[in-house]
Ligand binder design. Structure first.
Ligand SMILES: NC(=O)c1ccc[n+]([C@@H]2O[C@H](COP(=O)([O-])OP(=O)(O)OC[C@H]3O[C@@H](n4cnc5c(N)ncnc54)[C@H](OP(=O)(O)O)[C@@H]3O)[C@@H](O)[C@H]2O)c1
Length: 370
């Protein structure tokens, strides 16, 4: 059946570009599909799940929309059907095969294991289980084998979606690692408002309006003025070490995903006043020689990567190129001239972190479960 759908936006939150688009898609509701629940349906990632499920024609036999008591009773349209949002409780998962969680770490910690015990396979967007031994941490293009033992119908489980900055970095760096083995990686991020959720996007809009109107910006979500400013990532800081949690996620998660505890990584994560899609500048040191041409060839062959690398016209990836797109965009691929050998490269990467950094990656994981 063909249908046309305009996604309904969360109250108080402007529709994203993706949700404003009218999507034409085949309904994927099918009697033998899995029973799906979305936890955190009203959030930035929850809303993106709906777009991605339709875009990918994901099969489902039933759909459950879950959020907090604040949202219970509100309506959410999906593929021509109006669903009533239910309050998330311990009993929400008795009739669920796949639960897509995006309601924050504390909710995942509390209810993820309960959902898995009830027989659901939890695909979790929070950091709650990423480093837990036995929980696969998966980017489907990179390490699908880590979850090959988990399938719908074989009992409950938890699978973790990596941090958005890690996913975007590894989509670009993994194909190069496969050619020349990365020895050391130095990442600087330029992270968008959307990474901190729907309320942070609204804060950037409101502060931008206020500053342009000559009024003082009123920080609520972030401690500092966000409009016309940038600051060190707002995650918790390890005072002794001098790294914030976002930076350490890049370090630890890469080691787990690549199954390479020896990989050397340093990162500086910065929040910039971009609405949606993260950018990352990445410097790489390899064990073997790698040329620019070899790197571009490997990137072009990797699924989920697009290249924008036009030196003549100074045209390289931007967050707007990546916004609402599935692929991660890579450019500025160049030999590191600070080295005397051919074992160093620099790149610039942009990816939509609500999409590939969260909802799309989780739905790709769900596809591997069928
Ligand atoms: N934004 C990103 O790009 C991104 C990327 C990767 C991972 N993540 C992770 O995904 C999760 C959600 O992020 P987000 O950006 O979508 O946040 P968000 O826009 O703030 O949405 C939070 C969602 O969680 C729900 N929620 C909050 N408290 C709840 C409770 N007690 N019970 C049930 N539901 C509750 C909210 O429902 P109500 O509306 O009812 O309050 C809302 O649906 C976080 O763990 C985040 O770290 C986000």
């Amino acid at each position: 059946m063909q249908l046309t759908r305009t996604q309904v936006s969360r109250s108080g939150v402007r529709p994203t570009r993706a949700s404003r688009r009218v999507l034409v898609a085949k309904a994927a509701k099918t009697a033998n599909g899995p029973r799906v629940a979305i936890v955190g349906i009203t959030g930035a990632v929850g809303q993106e799940f709906l777009t991605v499920l339709t875009e990918r024609n994901f099969p489902y036999s039933s759909m459950k929309m879950l959020a907090s008591a604040r949202s219970a009773g509100k309506k959410q349209e999906f593929e021509g059907v109006s669903y009533t949002i239910e309050e998330l409780t311990e009993n929400s998962f008795n009739d669920v095969d796949i639960a897509l969680f995006s309601a924050g770490g504390s909710i995942s910690k509390k209810l993820g294991p309960i959902a898995a015990k009830a027989g659901a396979i939890v695909v979790d967007n929070s950091s709650a289980f990423r480093m837990t031994e036995g929980v696969p941490l998966v980017i489907p293009e990179v390490n699908p084998e880590a979850m090959s033992h988990i399938k719908v119908g074989k009992g409950g489980a938890i699978i973790a979606n990596p941090n958005c900055s890690t996913i975007i970095a590894l989509m670009a760096v993994t194909p190069l690692d496969r050619v020349a083995n990365v020895k050391r990686m130095c990442v600087s991020t330029y992270q968008a408002a959307s990474g901190a959720g729907a309320a942070a996007m609204e804060e950037l809009r409101q502060q931008t309006r206020d500053v342009l109107d000559g009024k003082p910006a009123q920080p609520k979500i972030f401690p500092q003025q966000y409009a016309f400013n940038l600051f060190s990532h707002n995650s918790g800081m390890d005072v002794a070490l001098g790294y914030n949690e976002e930076e350490m996620k890049l370090v630890k998660e890469t080691r787990k995903i690549w199954n390479n505890p020896g990989i050397r990584i340093t990162a500086t994560c910065v929040r910039v006043p971009v609405m949606r899609a993260h950018a990352e500048s990445i410097n790489l040191e390899f064990e073997k020689d790698i040329s620019e041409a070899q790197a571009l060839e490997a990137l072009a062959a990797f699924p989920g990567v697009s290249i924008i690398n036009d030196r003549q016209n100074n045209r390289f990836p931007t967050p707007l190129d990546a916004t609402t797109k599935d692929n991660v965009f890579v450019g500025r691929v160049r030999r590191d001239i600070s080295r005397d050998d051919n074992k160093g490269l620099d790149l610039f990467v942009c990816g939509d972190q609500i999409k590939k950094g969260a909802a799309l990656n989780a739905v790709q994981i769900a596809e591997l479960l069928l």
